[in-house]
Design a protein around this ligand. Structure first.
Ligand SMILES: Cc1ncc(C[n+]2csc(CCOP(=O)(O)OP(=O)(O)O)c2C)c(N)n1
Ligand SMILES: [Mg+2]
Length: 699
C-alpha cells in the first residue's frame, strides 16, 4: 500500500488493541474497497450487465477484523453471502468478485454457476457457499472435527451468518456438537436486526442471540458493536484465541447495520421507517472509521483522498477486466457433476470374486467390508445413531456392545477405536452435514441414517449440499461421503415409519450415486466401490435382505468390487424382461418360476439393476431388444416412481422393439400399514407379480 503511516496519537497502548497505524489503514482500505465494489455492482446491475446483487454494506468492520485475526490457508472458512470484506481480507481479489457478478467462466467460486457473493476459493480455504441459510453450520462442525481427527492443533474454522439464520435448527445442532466435542470452531453472527423484512423481535426469543445461547457449556461468547473496527478486532481476537488454544468453540455476536436493503430485489423502505434508516446510517463504519483515523492523526485528509482514489482505480480496472472475461460455454453444463479422476462405473472396478470361507449374510459381509476398508484407509470414519459398540468404552469389558440397531457396524469401535466409529446426537441433518464438512477436508466419512424413513431432516444437506458441491464449485470442492441407509419393508410390523422406500427421490438428484444391492455379494462389491470412489454415494441396504439365507455369499476377497451402473442377469429368458432391484429381485424370481411352470414354452429374463444411478441402460436395451416385452418392478410406490423413468426411456428409445406396452409393478400409492394383512396388500407380492407377468406375456 503506497501510503505513509503515522503513529496513533493516543497514549494508551491498548487504544487500538495493539494494532499499528499501517494495520488500521489497511483495514480502512479493505472496508472502503468492499463498499465501492458493492456500489459498482449496484451500478452494473442497473445497467443489466450483471444479474443479481447482494451487498456486504454495513458489515465491513467486523468482517475485516475477522479476516485479520484468522490465518488462511491454515484456518477454514464457511461464510455467508454478506462477507465481501472478509473475503477481500483473506485474499480474494476485486476482479475475482466481479467475475462472480458477471458469471465468468474463470470465476474461482463457481465458474458462473452460482449467484454473486456465494464465495468459494480453494487457495484460501473458503469453502463453497450455498444459498440455504444454516447448512454451513453443520459442515463447519465437521470441518473443525477434521482438524481434531488430524490432530492439527491451532487450526480454527470460522462460520458466519446473519441473526436470521440462527433460527434454523442446523445452527442449534451445530452448537450442540461443537460444545459436546469442544471443537475449534468460531461462530460469527452478523446481526443487522433484519432477515429480509423480518425484524429481530419476530426472529429471536429475547432479541439477543448471544444471550439465548448462554446455556451452552464451554461456549465462549462475546457481544460487540460490529461497526466499531477496533472493538470488533478485540472481540474476534479473544474468540479466535480461545478456539485456537483448544478450549472449545466461541461465538461472536456483532451488531451491524444493513444500509442497502436485503438485496437489489428488496426495497427496505417498504418496512423500515425513515427514522430507523437514518439512525442506522449514523452508525455506518465506512464513515465513522476513517473519521476516527483522521481524528486520531493516523490518517490525514490527503492520504484519505489518495486511498479512495487508488480504490476507485482498482475497482475500475477490475470491472473492465471482468466485463471482458469470457462467459461459461453451454457445453460445460454437465462438467464436474461427478469425479473426473475416479469413475466407479469403469472396468477398473470389475473384479472377479475369489471366494473363501462359509456363506455369510448380507449384514455380516457389509460389516466385514467396512472392517477391511477401515483397515486399508485410515481416513474412513463411521458414525451415526447407535453405531458405536458402547460409547462408555470402559463398560466394554462387561457388555457385548450394540454396533447399530441392525448390527451392521458391530465391533468397529472395538477394532478401530472410538475416534473412528462413534455415536452422534439424534440429529440426521447434523450427521450428514458433519460428514460433508469432513469429506471436504479429505476424510472419508461413512455416516449411517438409522432408517430411511428418518432421512428427511437431512434432505437439505443431501440435496442442496452433498449432491451439489462439486458442480456448484466448478470442481474446486467435493464431498465423497458414503451414506449407508437401511431401507424397505416386508417386515411384518414395520408400518409406515420403518418400512418405506423412496429411492427415486434421490435418483432424481444429479451429482449423487445411488445403489441398492439385493444380495450379500453385491453389497460387498458395491460398498467397496462406494468407499474407493470419489463421489457421494447413497448406499441403500434393504433391511429384509440383511439376514436372508438365500442371498448369502462366501467372502469374495478383500479387493472385490462391483462397478456402478452394471446390471446383473439374475436369470436369462427370451419372452419377457423384468427390470428390478432390491427385495423384488427374489420375488420376481419366484414369480418367474411360477409363470414358467404354468407356461413351459415361455421364459422370463430378470435383470437386477444393483445400481440405480447410474443404471445400466445397455443391459436394459439388450434384453428388451431380445424379448420385446418389459416390466419394471419395484417395492416403492408406483406413481412418479423409479419405474416411470425407465419405462419412459424404453418407450422413447426402444419403441420399435416392443410388442406390448411397457408395464410397471410397484406398491399401492399409499403408506405401508402395520398389520401384516395390510402390508401384504400394499407391497407387491409374488402372486400379483406373477399375474402381471402373465398378463403381459398374453398381450
Ligand atoms: C433455508 C432458507 N430459507 C430461506 C432463504 C431465503 N433467504 C435468504 S437470506 C434470508 C434472510 C437472512 O437473514 P439473516 O440471516 O439475518 O442475514 P442478513 O441477510 O440479514 O445478513 C432469507 C429468508 C434461504 N436462502 N434459505
Ligand atoms: Mg440479518
Amino acid at each position: 500500500m503506497a501510503t505513509t503511516i503515522s503513529k496513533p496519537k493516543s497514549d494508551s497502548a491498548d487504544r487500538f488493541a495493539g494494532l499499528d497505524g499501517e494495520s488500521l489503514i489497511r483495514a480502512f482500505r479493505i472496508m472502503h474497497l468492499s463498499r465501492r465494489l458493492d456500489d459498482r455492482e449496484v451500478t452494473l446491475k442497473r445497467q443489466n450487465k450483471i444479474y443479481f446483487q447482494i451487498s456486504g454494506a454495513g458489515h465491513e468492520a467486523i468482517q475485516v477484523a475477522a479476516g485479520i485475526v484468522l490465518r488462511p490457508p491454515a484456518d477454514w472458512f464457511y461464510l455467508y453471502y454478506r462477507d465481501r470484506a472478509l473475503c477481500l481480507t483473506l485474499g480474494v481479489t476485486p476482479r475475482e468478485m466481479l467475475q462472480q457478478a458477471v458469471g465468468a467462466a474463470d470465476d474461482p467460486a463457481s465458474g458462473g454457476r452460482q449467484m454473486p457473493s456465494h464465495w468459494g476459493h480453494k487457495d484460501h480455504n473458503i469453502v463453497s457457499v450455498s444459498s440455504p441459510t444454516g447448512t454451513q453450520y453443520l459442515q463447519a462442525a465437521g470441518c473443525a472435527e477434521a482438524s481434531l481427527y488430524r490432530k492439527t492443533a491451532g487450526e480454527v474454522t470460522l462460520v458466519t451468518s446473519g441473526e436470521g439464520a440462527t433460527s434454523e435448527g442446523e445452527f442449534w445442532e451445530s452448537l450442540n456438537i461443537a460444545c459436546l466435542k469442544q471443537l475449534p470452531l468460531v461462530y460469527l453472527i452478523e446481526d443487522n436486526g433484519y432477515a429480509i423484512s423480518v425484524p429481530i423481535e419476530c426472529q429471536t426469543a429475547g432479541q439477543n442471540i448471544s444471550q439465548l445461547v448462554s446455556g451452552f457449556p464451554g461456549l465462549f461468547r462475546v457481544e460487540v458493536d460490529g461497526t466499531d473496527f477496533v472493538a470488533s478486532y478485540r472481540a474476534m481476537r479473544e474468540a479466535v484465541e480461545h478456539a485456537r488454544s483448544g478450549a472449545g468453540p466461541a461465538l461472536v455476536h456483532a451488531h451491524v447495520i444493513r444500509p442497502y436493503s436485503h438485496s437489489l430485489s428488496d426495497d427496505e423502505r417498504m418496512y423500515k421507517t425513515a427514522a430507523e434508516r437514518k439512525a442506522e446510517g449514523e452508525r455506518d463504519p465506512i464513515l465513522s472509521f476513517p473519521k476516527m483515523l483522521v481524528d486520531e492523526g493516523i490518517l490525514d485528509r490527503h492520504m484519505l483522498q489518495r486511498i479512495t482514489h487508488e480504490v476507485e482505480e482498482e475497482v475500475q480496472e477490475a470491472t473492465q477486466q471482468a466485463l471482458r472475461d469470457p462467459a461459461p460455454s453451454g457445453d460445460s453444463a454437465m462438467t464436474h457433476l461427478y469425479s473426473e479422476t475416479v469413475d466407479p462405473a469403469s472396468a477398473e472396478f470389475e473384479k472377479a470374486p475369489e471366494f473363501h470361507g462359509a456363506p455369510m449374510t448380507m449384514v455380516d459381509l457389509i460389516n466385514a467390508t467396512l472392517r477391511e476398508e477401515m483397515a486399508r484407509n485410515p481416513e474412513i470414519l463411521v458414525f451415526g445413531e447407535d453405531v458405536a459398540d458402547c460409547s462408555r468404552a470402559e463398560s466394554l469389558c462387561e457388555v457385548k456392545g450394540k454396533g447399530g440397531v441392525f448390527k451392521v457396524t458391530a465391533g468397529l469401535q472395538q477394532q478401530f477405536g472410538a475416534e473412528r466409529s462413534f455415536n452422534t446426537p439424534l440429529a440426521e441433518a447434523a450427521i450428514v452435514g458433519r460428514a460433508i464438512g469432513m469429506a471436504v477436508r479429505g476424510l472419508k466419512p461413512v455416516p449411517e441414517i438409522q432408517f430411511f424413513d428418518y432421512i428427511w431432516p437431512a434432505m437439505m444437506q443431501i440435496r442442496d449440499e452433498l449432491a451439489t458441491f462439486r458442480w456448484r464449485s466448478n470442481g474446486s470442492f467435493s464431498c465423497p461421503a458414503v451414506l449407508r441407509v437401511p431401507i424397505g419393508g416386508y417386515l411384518n410390523g414395520g408400518a409406515i415409519y420403518h418400512s418405506q422406500c423412496g429411492e427415486s427421490e434421490f435418483t432424481h438428484l444429479p451429482g449423487l450415486r445411488v445403489v441398492m444391492p439385493s444380495n450379500a455379494l453385491d453389497a460387498c462389491g458395491l460398498l467397496r466401490t462406494a468407499l474407493r470412489c470419489d463421489d457421494p454415494v447413497l448406499f441403500l441396504e434393504h433391511k429384509k435382505l440383511y439376514r436372508e439365507p438365500y442371498n448369502r455369499s462366501a467372502h469374495p476377497g478383500a479387493d472385490f468390487t462391483v462397478p456402478f451402473g452394471k446390471a446383473r442377469v439374475v436369470k436369462p429368458g427370451r419372452h419377457l424382461t423384468v427390470i428390478t432391484y432390491g427385495a423384488l429381485v427374489q420375488k420376481c424370481l419366484q414369480a418367474a418360476t411360477q409363470v414358467e411352470r404354468r407356461n413351459p414354452e415361455r421364459s422370463v429374463e430378470i435383470l437386477d439393476l444393483r445400481s440405480l444411478s447410474p443404471y445400466d441402460w445397455e443391459a436394459i436395451a439388450e434384453s428388451v431388444e431380445k424379448t420385446s416385452r418389459v416390466i419394471v418392478a419395484h417395492e416403492d410406490t408406483l406413481s412418479w416412481g423409479y419405474g416411470a423413468e425407465i419405462a419412459a426411456r424404453i418407450a422413447d428409445e426402444l419403441f420399435d422393439h416392443l410388442d406390448a406396452p411397457v408395464r410397471r409393478i410397484g406398491a399401492l400409492d399409499t403408506w405401508v400399514g402395520y398389520h401384516p394383512q395390510l402390508e401384504a396388500a400394499i407391497l407387491p407380492q409374488t402372486e400379483r407379480i406373477a399375474g402381471e407377468f402373465e398378463r403381459l406375456l398374453a398381450y
